[in-house]
Design a protein. Structure first.
Length: 488
């Protein structure tokens, strides 16, 4: 979908006219009797200009029948405009080809960032993964190719350039999350990401199983050993900051399919576990976004990629593995595999890149979905300033977070009889004990946050920025966090 910033409304376009909440003045619609028709439509629909609400009508404008959408933009905040942008695409994706959104005539000119977010959301809402659908009816195929924003000004156009870069990252994340697990496994994840980010100037490192074995990554490899697919560690480094500036590490759980292993999951809904790589997917997309917009920051993205399968060679409940940190782990439940993958990725990135700050993202626990549903991601942090910046980035982007506690009393729950720790605690506080497990791999002095995004990467219903399916959660959040905290 193309976004254009223009100064005149195209004659053949669907005309979109934004209205603020409780200020729906149809008098501004030009054309023979058009204002009266619009007034009748507004009254019939009880349209009040609520953000994202739409009234559709036809009116004679300039001697021709014209399709007109009256679009509510609420209080005119950035989030309202974002909602409105998504709503336009949701309405027109499969039944209009070109749209002009006329900002002239609004009582107050929207902020540049609000217009950019409007356009960004309109594009994001139109993304679909139809590659495996060979029989999609003609009328269900997307046809919206162009949205012209009329009268926005240069500043809005400049603000959109950044959002356009972020959208590229979002598309990568969503594609990775949507792809089926027979197509997307550790090696093909690497291949797809590397193809997609080629030319952006990211430094690439890929570790195969032999290399990870030499490094002593026994926890990650223990998960991978039940699969015929080889595991990988994918590392993308963006050196956009000063050579002596601090480094941020983003670490993602990339379990390309999670059967649970020998502690196998029930059949119902197991297909969802194709998106158990959503943390790594978000890291890949965020790295693409910050490279595409040439962020002035040093960021390393690490993706721990494995498939968790039951097999004659799979790890058993009761096995003890040695992680790269040297700490030993009693594997009580092979379905608590994400933390086993992450702990070695965390150790590796601290040894090789000495980051000042680490943010990890993982679809780590079902318990997180019980706690927060799909409205907030769970945030755990050993540093209040870091937690505050992430919460703020979440609010600004609408990819919200909610903070959970860490405490020694929870940490004790994962002590083991036979090893340094076990990989699961008791039933209660399952998301917190998982975070405590990761915390045991964070070095003194490193600011660390863990985002449990189990409820966020996939959605059964359409949202503001996405259709049903992969949400791309995390990309806009991380991009905003990098901008606020490492580029300001
Ligand atoms: N990938 C799952 C967590 C998950 C479940 C994410 C449902 C999204 C939807 C994770 O590997 C897992 O299986 N966790 C277990 C941990 C338990 C064995 C302590 C869980 O949540 O049941
Ligand atoms: Mn699992
Ligand atoms: Zn998992």
């Amino acid at each position: 979908m193309q976004i254009a910033f223009t100064s005149t409304v195209e004659a053949g376009d669907v005309l979109v006219l934004p209205f603020p909440k409780d200020a729906v003045d149809t008098g501004r619609i030009e054309g023979e009797g058009a204002a009266a028709l619009a007034k009748a439509a507004v009254d019939a629909a009880r349209f009040k200009g609520e953000a994202g609400s739409i009234v559709e009508l036809f009116a004679t404008i300039g001697g021709a029948a014209r399709r007109v959408l009256l679009l509510g933009v609420g209080e005119g905040k950035e989030a309202d405009w974002r909602k409105a942008g998504g709503a336009v695409t949701a309405r027109l994706l499969t039944n209009a080809s070109s749209v002009s959104v006329d900002l002239n005539g609004l009582p107050t000119k929207p902020a540049a960032d609000a217009v950019a977010s409007f356009a960004g959301a309109a594009v994001q809402r139109g993304w679909r993964h139809d590659v495996y659908r060979t029989k999609l009816p003609e009328t269900s195929k997307p046809m919206l190719t162009r949205i012209a924003i009329v009268g926005a000004g240069d500043e809005a156009e400049a603000a959109y350039a950044r959002i356009h870069a972020v959208n590229g990252g979002l598309e990568l994340t969503r594609t990775l999350v949507s792809e089926p697990p027979n197509k997307l496994y550790p090696e093909s994840f690497v291949e797809r990401v590397l193809n997609d980010v080629e030319g952006l100037g990211l430094e690439v490192t890929v570790l195969d199983e032999a290399q990870m074995r030499d490094l002593g990554m026994g926890a990650l490899l223990g998960v991978s050993q039940g699969s015929v697919r080889e595991g990988r560690l994918l590392v993308l480094k963006w050196n956009g900051g000063a050579a002596d500036a601090e480094t941020l590490a983003l670490v993602g759980k990339g379990v390309t399919f999670d059967t649970g292993g020998i502690s196998i999951k029930p059949a119902a809904g197991m297909e969802d576990m194709k998106w158990d790589m959503g943390g790594a997917g978000a890291v890949a997309g965020a790295m693409k976004a910050i490279a595409a917009r040439k962020a002035k920051a040093n960021v390393v993205g690490v993706m721990g990629l494995v498939e968790n399968m039951p097999d004659g060679n799979a790890q058993r409940p009761g096995d003890v593995v040695t992680s790269m940190s040297g700490q030993t782990i009693e594997v009580i439940n092979t379905d608590a595999e994400g933390r086993l993958v992450l702990c070695d990725a965390l150790t590796w990135v601290q040894k090789t890149h000495s980051p000042s700050t680490i943010v990890d993202l993982a679809t780590l626990t079902g318990a997180m979905i019980i706690s927060l549903g799909s409205e907030h991601g769970g945030l755990f942090a050993n540093d209040d300033t870091l937690a505050e910046s992430l919460l703020a980035a979440g609010t600004a982007t609408g990819e919200k977070l909610w903070r959970f506690p860490l405490a020694d009393a929870y940490d004790k729950l994962i002590d083991s009889q036979i090893a340094d720790m076990k990989n699961v605690g008791p039933r209660g506080a399952g998301s917190i004990t998982a975070a405590q497990f990761l915390k045991r791999y964070i070095n003194e002095g490193v600011a660390w946050a863990h985002l449990d995004i189990a409820g966020m990467v996939w959605s059964d219903k359409p949202g503001v920025n996405h259709d049903k399916g992969a949400t791309g959660y995390g990309v806009r959040l991380l991009d905003q966090f990098v901008a606020d905290r490492f580029e300001a």
